[in-house]
Write a protein that binds this ligand. Structure first.
Ligand SMILES: Nc1ncnc2c1ncn2[C@@H]1O[C@H](COP(=O)(O)OP(=O)(O)OP(=O)(O)O)[C@@H](O)[C@H]1O
Length: 562
């Protein structure tokens, strides 16, 4: 059978038994189907009854019919059909650039589809803006929080939800009790952990009584113990009839939480799956069309002399809301990967900025930073780069790239010294070749080197930035959150590239909140906690539980007691 792509179509039928059984709901066995490379209409579960549907409500909360969204001639969403029931938690899966965010932006009214229609509770609607979406009952929890740090929780919420502060504080307490989202309405936001901030974002959505919540990679910022707490809340919401669209690259979490999964590839729906019955490997295969390789990780053979040495680094952050460092010491040798684990907000981003030279040794800082034998504590980033140090910051837009510039011009920002400029003039051929190499080496899905950085999907821009720095063949690479927002297939490729770079003799310092990633490719592991760094441990000699305890500060208590 030929598909719309002209390629073959394969059909796989897979029986699903009652996948969400509770005393209120009776299921009939239904079929989940996977259709490769063909547009299809998705009907997620056939049920005998829809007991979560209230009187006057359509059994389907949301239907997308033939939604198409183009950017110029590029089709980001292509005839997407989707149906969602009340209370259903549906994962949206897809590789970087598959069109997930584009689809969510359309549902939330941030952008308009070029073709197709949205049917809400049985009625065709035009979601012309996020406020129209909120009025309908659609809420969105973004990956990056939008809270003002210097005011309290209730003051933040009052900026979008009408009501007096005492009344709002009372409602916050009620919602917090009802859904296990404990947060003090009067607490200033700057003192809250990331988990608490996310609870505030969710409470803010709940106060608008949503029927559908869109969650964009909600666990990427959370420490492991907060993930289960969040899932508890989401399950409660689902039981009360709130439907959810859940974007994530973390397949285990999708298997744990979601009732159904829709797979997008190149803007099209290419299949559905029951995540509770599929393995992570099967879900990954559905997404990327092949098995995921794990990094081939032979034991490191580091040199003796460290490439990067940090001794007794203490930094009192002049920003009262910023992270400080306390007596941080470590060394990274050529040919090894040193991972720094820790819950975000414990000083990792300050450390990365000091090591890159963005913050330089001055009065409120003590200690020493050396690249091989040279002290660099007061050297600017350019000098450090000339010594063979490259950096990948966690913020790709704005810090790693200029959003409004093309990929070709973004290459010049850090690779100009690699023969791309001579006598002050840009060598266009070499510039184009370097950009093309980054794109092909890292499989960056874009419309070529002239694409504007901000038009790339988050994961593809991240791959481009990594490629730029790796191609410079650095002596030292300092990388923060290397696979943040990158799909599982691309993450495996990125980790392999880091291991390959290590094997050429580069010293790599990797700051990551993903414990799995830390374990997969680090040779030694440190943990950061409240601005202090643990002694390093050999990655092969500790368990995730050991590191988890270190992340909760156990090493710090021992060091202080010693
Ligand atoms: N404003 C824009 N202008 C041009 N192209 C865009 C724009 N926004 C997105 N695109 C393109 O649309 C495609 C889909 O992007 P989208 O952000 O929806 O992908 P995604 O599946 O969310 O990816 P990721 O997992 O990396 O976040 C990408 O190829 C991207 O380059």
């Amino acid at each position: 059978m030929a598909s719309a792509f002209g390629g073959p179509v394969s059909l796989t039928f897979q029986p699903i038994h009652a996948c969400r059984k509770n005393k209120n709901t009776t299921f009939v066995a239904s079929l989940a189907y996977v259709i490769e490379a063909a547009p299809l209409r998705v009907v997620i579960n056939n049920r005998e009854q829809h007991l979560k549907t209230k009187a006057g409500e359509s059994p389907l909360l949301l239907q997308l019919r033939n939604i198409t969204k183009r950017y110029g001639t590029y089709v980001a969403n292509d005839s997407v059909d989707l149906a969602l029931e009340h209370g259903q938690i549906c994962a949206i899966l897809g590789e970087n650039g598959a069109g997930k965010s584009t689809l969510m932006k359309t549902i939330y009214g941030i952008q308009q589809p070029d073709e197709g229609e949205i049917v809400w509770n049985g009625e065709k609607v035009a979601v012309t803006s996020p406020s129209v979406a909120r009025d309908l009952g659609i809420g969105m929890v973004f990956q990056h929080f939008s809270l003002f740090e210097t005011i309290s929780v209730v003051e933040n919420i009052s900026l979008t939800v009408p009501g007096s502060l005492p009344d709002l504080a009372e409602i916050i307490r009620q919602k917090a009790d009802e859904y296990g989202l404990h947060v003090n309405p009067d607490a200033p936001v700057h003192g809250l952990s990331v988990g608490e901030r996310q609870r505030v974002e969710i409470i803010r959505c709940l106060m608008q009584d949503p029927k559908l919540l869109i969650l964009d990679e909600p666990t990427s910022v959370l420490p492991p113990h907060s993930v289960q707490q969040l899932f508890g809340t989401l399950r409660k919401l689902s039981e009360r009839g709130v439907a959810m669209l859940y974007i994530s690259h973390k397949l285990e979490e999708i298997r744990d939480l979601c009732h159904c999964a829709v797979v997008l590839r190149q803007g099209r729906v290419t299949g559905t799956a029951n995540p509770r019955q599929a393995t992570s490997a099967e879900l990954a295969r559905l997404m990327i069309g092949q098995d995921i390789p794990t990094a081939r990780h032979a034991e490191a053979k580091p040199s003796c002399e460290p490439a990067l040495t940090v001794s007794d680094l203490t930094y009192e952050n002049p920003d009262p809301l910023g992270e400080s460092l306390d007596s941080v010491s470590m060394a990274v040798r050529p040919g090894e990967i040193v991972g720094i684990a820790g819950v975000s907000g414990n000083g990792q981003s300050t450390l990365a900025r000091i090591l890159s030279g963005e913050i330089r040794l001055q009065g409120h800082m003590a200690g020493r930073i050396q690249v091989f034998d040279h002290p660099v504590g007061d050297a600017p980033p350019g000098t450090r780069r000339q010594m063979g140090v490259t950096f990948v910051p966690e913020e790709r837009l704005g810090r790693a790239t200029v959003p409004t510039m093309s990929l070709a011009d973004n290459v010049l920002l850090t690779a100009h010294g690699a023969g791309l400029v001579r006598k002050g003039l840009i060598r266009r051929r070499q510039q184009a070749d370097f950009a093309d190499k980054c794109i092909s080496a890292m499989d960056v899905r874009s419309r070529g080197r002239q694409s504007i950085a901000s038009s790339l999907s988050g994961g593809n821009l991240q791959k481009f930035v990594l490629g730029r720095e790796i191609l410079l063949k650095p002596r030292i690479l300092i990388v923060s959150q290397p696979t943040w927002g990158i799909d599982v297939g691309a993450a495996a490729m990125v980790r392999q590239k880091l291991v390959d770079l290590r094997d050429t003799g580069t010293a790599i310092l990797m700051i990551s909140e993903e414990l799995e990633e830390i374990f997969e490719i680090s040779d030694r592991i440190h943990v950061m906690y409240h601005g202090r760094l643990s002694p390093s441990v050999q990655a092969r000699s500790v368990t995730a539980e050991d590191v988890g305890r270190m992340m909760m500060g156990e090493f710090d208590q021992k060091m202080r007691a010693a």
